[in-house]
Write a protein that binds this ligand. Structure first.
Ligand code: ATP
Ligand code: MG
Length: 258
């Protein structure tokens, strides 16, 4: 079982759009896939038409009072299950903080699912918190959307610095596993000079940059209206093909075969 997280410190950069499409593509590839929506906003849950509710809330999951598999729901897509968001995830940090080795907790919760899924994809809220540390420890690979703007690059640098602090033991003095990173350009509008310039410059500045860029496309924006991954509603569209290329690169990085 491999663990992938769509993660960025910055908000609104395309994490959830990537998570939903990548999870759908993984399931379509034949991998038993679980998408864990860790964001109290519940956008991934909404797109997949599942009720954003976890009985007992995040506290029950995090303390182990309720096993993850009890909270998992099916989706409309074969091979794709969802661990829905719940508004209580807003206090995930506080709940983790009350536990021993909080940074290792999410990984520990996932371990019993090893035989049931080939891929777990975590869709994270934009933050740099204790919950984020726990995600980073659980993940084999972070897929990090970068919008072509200086502030987005700045928060990417902050994220790399954050990963470096984990190598040193992190805030809780517990060594945290360092995931691989794959950054990719997101919401690229080639009509804008700034986007073209940054896209050309970025490969020199970002070591782990994918060759795949996700263009700014209304088909992706409309996913929340249609409540369907674009890879399901329009699998031959440019939007779906871009995500398919990204998925191929991620699957290779994770050594996933089917
Ligand atoms: N490639 C794209 N082209 C056009 N619109 C996009 C694209 N990717 C995302 N969007 C839109 O931008 C908004 C933010 O995208 P998304 O929810 O995927 O980002 P996020 O990083 O998960 O946000 P948050 O930090 O709030 O969780 C949404 O309205 C989405 O529809
Ligand atoms: Mg999101």
């Amino acid at each position: 079982m491999k663990v992938l997280a769509t993660y960025a410190i910055k908000g609104g950069v395309g994490k959830t759009s990537a998570a939903v499409n990548l999870a759908h593509l993984a399931a379509t590839s034949g991998l038993r896939t679980l998408l864990w929506d860790l964001d109290p906003q519940g956008s991934a849950t909404y797109v997949l038409r599942v009720r954003p509710r976890v009985k007992g809330g995040s506290a029950a999951l995090v303390t182990g009072r309720r096993a993850l598999d009890v909270a998992i729901k099916g989706s409309d897509y074969e091979g794709l299950d969802l661990l829905p968001a719940d508004f209580s995830y807003r206090s995930l940090d506080l709940e983790l903080d009350a536990l021993k080795k909080p940074t290792r907790r999410l990984r520990r919760l996932l371990d019993p699912l090893t035989g049931e899924y080939d891929l777990v994809l975590m869709d994270c809220p934009p933050s740099v918190s204790l919950a984020s540390e726990s995600v980073l420890h659980a993940a084999d690979l972070l897929a990090v959307p970068l919008i072509p703007a200086s502030l987005s690059l700045r928060s990417f640098d902050q994220m790399i610095a954050f990963l470096d602090t984990l190598d040193a033991g992190g805030r809780h003095g517990v060594r945290v596993h360092r995931p691989q990173v794959l950054a990719f350009l997101s919401m690229v509008d080639r009509r804008k000079k700034l986007h073209r310039d940054l896209a050309a410059r970025l490969p020199e500045e970002v070591a782990d940059l994918s060759t795949v860029a996700i263009p700014a496309l209304s088909a992706i924006e409309q996913m929340a209206e249609r409540r369907e991954p674009v890879t399901a509603s329009a699998p031959r569209s440019p939007a779906a093909l871009a995500y398919a290329q990204l998925w191929a690169e991620i699957a290779a990085r994770l050594d996933l075969r089917w």
